[in-house]
Design a binder for this molecule. Structure first.
Ligand code: GLU
Length: 380
């Protein structure tokens, strides 16, 4: 069963994102592991030879920079982190480029921040660049632009970045290489914990399986990986989390071997527009909905009308993304609002005819039109 599902996923591969974590790339003495990168380059070549487009999301800049600058611990302040990232990033790409050359590829570097995903124009621009790079024998290697990322524009971890890139290019498969065997039934330090080979549908209960374990050089733990899995599977991308320290891990995955955990993407798919609204832009505020409005939006695919809004929170403009939450505060949808904070407050809880009577006219019948609305927590 597990193997059948794997084969199905692998048979249809056209576009793959491979995310490589810092700990996969580092030696014990904090240097970049050039042998590992050389082996990954060879396996990347195998994937390309099989006719797939491939994008790498690679961490390791800060870790490498720490080694080069002789820093024993991950710096706590932003400027030293950025200095380490700037130094390490050049080194990281140089090693990838050297490793890819024997197979006829160049490394192309893309450094992104959250702003590149928030603005529709920049988002499309990144997508076009990646598409164009696909015309050449080039492997795009993406990392967060740590040297300019301040708290407000920081994506935070590369698991999230990789999921967003997978959404951006509509990848069929996202492979997250870490130093774990996959998702386990319990704590990794407990020998009784077993690998879960297949997750057919992502369920928030899975988040309870993991503690927020963090490594010394990277930033993510299993928690951030599962958040990334949720984002990617929701838009139809399959995800495999596997141990990047296995010598031929990508070859094994591509041959259909039963390693790591395969999370199947949600087959329903989501349009590129909705993907951008629901999974790319951080919401600017929240609309609290009563139970009837929640049902209409979540289960009946209806637009959101003012009558169902019982609370307006945050400071947002017309056209920005807001979260839709229930009265317990649980988020279940996101959408582009037709009203700014003041406008939404003025009409919240009112019927359309009441609004027209009071205001003389109503700029939009819907607070959020259903075309601009995406349900993000459908438990099916
Ligand atoms: N951008 C960071 C780096 O290159 C890594 C972030 C992460 O590992 O999530 O060191």
């Amino acid at each position: 069963m597990t193997l059948d599902r794997r084969r199905e996923v692998l048979n249809q591969l056209k576009t793959v994102v491979v995310k490589v974590g810092t700990n996969v790339l580092s030696t014990d003495d904090d240097r970049l592991d050039a042998d590992r990168i050389a082996s990954l380059a060879e396996q990347v070549h195998h994937i390309c030879q099989a006719g797939c487009k491939l994008v790498l999301v690679s961490s390791g800049a800060i870790g490498a920079g720490m080694g080069l600058l002789g820093l024993k611990e991950r710096p706590k302040d932003l400027s030293h982190l950025q200095a380490a990232a700037a130094t390490g990033q050049a080194h990281l790409i140089h090693i990838y480029d050297k490793a890819l050359r024997p197979y006829g590829y160049h490394a192309a570097q893309l450094l992104l921040t959250a702003n590149d995903f928030k603005s529709r124009g920049r988002y499309l621009n990144v997508r076009n660049t990646l598409r164009t790079l696909g015309e050449y024998a080039v492997i795009p290697i993406i990392n967060e632009n740590d040297t300019v990322s301040t708290a407000e524009i920081k994506l935070g971890d590369n698991d999230r970045l990789a999921a967003m890139v997978a959404g951006l290019i509509q990848a069929d498969l996202l492979i997250i290489l870490s130093v774990v065997d996959g998702l386990l039934t319990g704590d990794p330090s407990n020998p009784a914990s077993q690998r879960i080979p297949l997750v057919e549908r992502f369920d928030d209960e899975l988040l309870n399986l993991v503690g927020a374990s963090k490594s010394s050089r990277g930033t993510g733990g299993m928690g951030t990986k599962l958040e990334a899995v949720r984002t990617a599977t929701a838009v139809g991308t399959n995800v495999i989390i596997a141990d990047g320290k296995r010598p031929k891990v990508l070859d094994e995955i591509l041959s259909g071997a039963d390693i790591g955990t395969l999370f199947l993407g949600d087959g329903d798919g989501v349009s590129a527009w909705k993907r951008w609204i629901g999974y790319t832009m951080p919401p600017k505020g929240r609309l609290v909905l009563d139970a009837g409005a929640r049902r209409a939006v979540e289960q009946q695919g209806k637009s959101l009308l003012a009558i169902g809004v019982v609370g307006v929170e945050g400071d947002f403009d017309k056209g920005e993304v807001v979260s839709l939450v229930d009265q317990q505060g649980a988020e279940f949808a996101r959408g582009l609002t037709n009203y700014d904070t003041a406008g939404a407050k003025a009409i919240a809880g009112k019927r359309t005819d009441e609004i027209t009577r009071e205001l003389g006219s109503i700029p939009y019948d819907e607070v959020i039109h259903r075309d601009n609305l995406v349900v993000i927590s459908l438990v099916k």
